[in-house]
Design a protein around this ligand. Structure first.
Ligand SMILES: [Zn+2]
Length: 302
């Protein structure tokens, strides 16, 4: 099953040096989930030939503009392009009001249903579930209410060993039984489940930690994630500035990845003061070697 992350924007505050404000697209089993929606998100989707129409859920971490200023544009385009299926946005208190005002004064009556689900900024909770995944909020520590998101794949069914059944004429119902872990009777003999199936593929976990101060309170939730995206706005020589603005340094992001025993770290949300990001990468790697930079347009398999 596909589980792939594409970075649409990796910049903090302002767009600069080919870096757009924050936005990411998760493709899980060909379903698209948008995480944050900074300015230029639509252009990035077009550029990367990602079908915006496939997005039915959008997750907004907080109401600093670099994380959602692209939202009304996308909502309007859906309207103009004749979207008729529901769109659900999970976001902070106030988002509904902002969108309603924008729609009111442009006298736009959306042709599709726009649902905005308000996130509780104080308690981590499950906010979304479908047949593939469960999404939970991660309570972060920023100047305004801010949550990250944990995307967890559900445990899948057992995998049938194809070579072992290729000469049998098993019914679809029997195959389903094998996948569900049951034994199956076939022409008078019992097919023991453990002989004919393999364990399901381990469910994957993606943790998205947008803007936050270094804060141990959310470490437990992101523990052993397959991929952790963590903001690393500054290099460690700007620690004071990071603390002042409720952000994390690259060194701290590496430390978090190491303490939480994640498998891979992607750092992003880079301050516009940096043209070159080598220092961020090296700094994080001193703490956690399996670190990568979030690069606009790049995809990462989870
Ligand atoms: Zn912010």
């Amino acid at each position: 099953m596909k589980f792939e992350l594409t970075i649409l924007g990796s910049s903090s505050a302002t767009p600069i040096y080919n870096r757009n404000p924050t936005a990411q697209l998760l493709n899980i089993n060909e379903k698209h989930y948008l995480i944050d929606c900074g300015e230029a998100t639509q252009m990035q989707l077009l550029r990367l030939r990602i079908k915006a129409s496939k997005i039915d859920q959008i997750f907004i971490s907080h109401l600093h503009g670099d994380h959602y200023f692209g939202l009304i544009g996308l909502i309007s385009s859906y309207h103009l392009n004749g979207r008729n299926k529901e769109l659900t946005i999970y976001g902070p208190q106030g988002l509904r009001e902002i969108l309603d005002i924008q729609l009111k004064y442009s006298q736009t009556q959306l042709r599709y249903e726009l649902k905005v689900v308000e996130i509780n900024p104080k308690v981590s909770e499950q906010i979304f579930e479908n047949e593939d995944i469960v999404v939970r909020t991660i309570i972060l520590n920023h100047r305004i209410p801010c949550t990250g998101f944990l995307f967890e794949q559900k445990l899948r069914k057992r995998r049938i060993i194809k070579e072992k059944i290729q000469d049998m004429d098993l019914s679809p119902a029997d195959k389903m039984r094998l996948k569900s872990g049951e034994d199956v009777e076939y022409q008078g003999q019992v097919l023991k489940n453990q002989d004919y199936t393999l364990d399901p593929i381990e469910p994957k976990k993606y943790a998205y930690c947008s803007d936050t101060l270094y804060d141990t309170s959310y470490f437990e939730l992101i523990r052993e994630a397959d991929v952790l995206y963590h903001e690393a706005t500054f290099t460690h020589d700007y620690l004071e500035r990071a603390v002042e603005t409720y952000h994390t340094t690259a060194q701290q992001a590496g430390e978090i990845a190491s303490l939480c025993k994640v498998k891979k770290l992607i750092i992003g949300h880079f301050s516009a003061r940096y043209l070159d990001l080598t220092k961020h990468l090296n700094e994080a790697r001193t703490q956690f070697p399996n670190t990568f930079l979030a690069i606009d347009g790049e995809s990462y398999v989870i």
